[in-house]
Write a protein that binds this ligand. Sequence first.
Ligand SMILES: Nc1nc2c(ncn2[C@@H]2O[C@H](COP(=O)(O)OP(=O)(O)O)[C@@H](O)[C@H]2O)c(=O)[nH]1
Ligand SMILES: [Mg+2]
Length: 455
Amino acid sequence: MPETALTPAIRDEISRLGRVDIMVGIPSFKNAATIGYVVRAAQAGLVQYFPDLHPVVVNSDAGSPDGTGRVVIETEPPDYIEQILLVRPTNKLERVSLTYPEIDGVGGKGAALRTIFEMADALQVQALVVVDSDLRSIVPEWIELLAGPILKGGYDFVAPLYARYKFDGTITNTVTYPLTRALYGHRIRQPIGGDFGVSGDLIKHYLALDDWTPEISRFGIDIWMTTSAITAGFAVCQTRLGAKIHDPKDPGSDLGPMFRQVVGTILELANRYPDQWTSIHGSHDVPAYGFERFIDPPPLEVNTLRLLSEFHVGSLTLAETWAKMLAPETLETVLELAAEAGRLEDSARTKLGLGGDVASTTATTLEMADAVAAFHFPDDLWARVIYDMIIAARDPKPSLETIVAALVPIYFGRVGSFVIENRSVTTDQAEERVERQAREFELLKPYLVSRWNEA
Ligand SMILES: Nc1nc2c(ncn2[C@@H]2O[C@H](COP(=O)(O)OP(=O)(O)O)[C@@H](O)[C@H]2O)c(=O)[nH]1
Ligand SMILES: [Mg+2]
């Protein structure tokens, strides 16, 4: 592992900047189309809300071939922000775009953030705000909402709270929210939201953990930041940001690798910190900062037939691995459900007049969900699947990567069921379903603890 994420070029930037009070860090990979707006919003937030601090905006880019870094440097400078907001800040706002070094050959969002953490620590920042570079709904106030709890309230970790379209955030809704809540007792609604506030002390803790697995160096970083803050007893809160609007992703085609990195990390951490969760019962609210907002984010399309098809195909090719990672009763029910998913998907294709290729269908989200409406993956079964995975991750056979990859088709089945069940309900009603599932995780926690103690 490289000793430091600070290349000579980055060290030069640090000496040039000297000391900084507040940093906005933006990881990026091919985000030229959207990052300019994020940078301007971040600049405006720093100038408007923190005119007396030393601020900097740092973009940590993967070396994107689309010119992401150039957009950051060439978008309207801080002077433009001062003009449109009529503010004269005490200190000049600096901005930097750099290419971060990989970690043992792995480059990803986590590697980008490691460089941001190292820079923030070297510059002795009090508050670091991290925001995604594909955001459409960020406004300057987000910078205050993410840094305010640290600078004014003594918090160390600020997680976002936002309205997301009912089919966005499926990894959050099916795994990271209910599991973080049931394991550690903290109701953090968006543990992998991507937009966070972090104190200088917590940054030091992150760097001291020096925990850069290939998963954490990629999309495992968000759940690792949240879990590491909780398990070390840092003061955690949430902040109300309004709506999250960003580049849309269809769970069935875009989220497989991210799921493996996030879930691999959460399982690994659950195994590392049993003392932090085996004795926890129930859960508690986590304080929320900021005024309430009501905004409806735009819809995104989901190919439910593809989700059910992947679930069914998974049962044909992965049953042996499933048998190694699930308890016998869980396995039996999952296999029955997968067979049903296959039957329903097959007859839905005929009904909708689609050929064999579900990936290129022109049917809408609603038409597809209607056509397989009889499919239902129960809450308690999903909770058992995830709890079985925690047990399996203790001594994973054949390996943690293999069993987590084998979980992906089952997750697709669960997401398909969620889309079907919520195809016609409002965002609030879908939210109630997510809550119901989270309560189910809490109810079944004794199942996990007793299996853990037996193992
Ligand atoms: N530096 C870097 N950033 C990345 C990489 N992959 C994703 N990101 C950034 O991480 C953030 C979240 O990624 P995104 O694909 O929008 O994921 P999601 O919104 O969480 O599903 C965005 O700012 C991306 O640009 C990567 O390989 N390197
Ligand atoms: Mg995004």
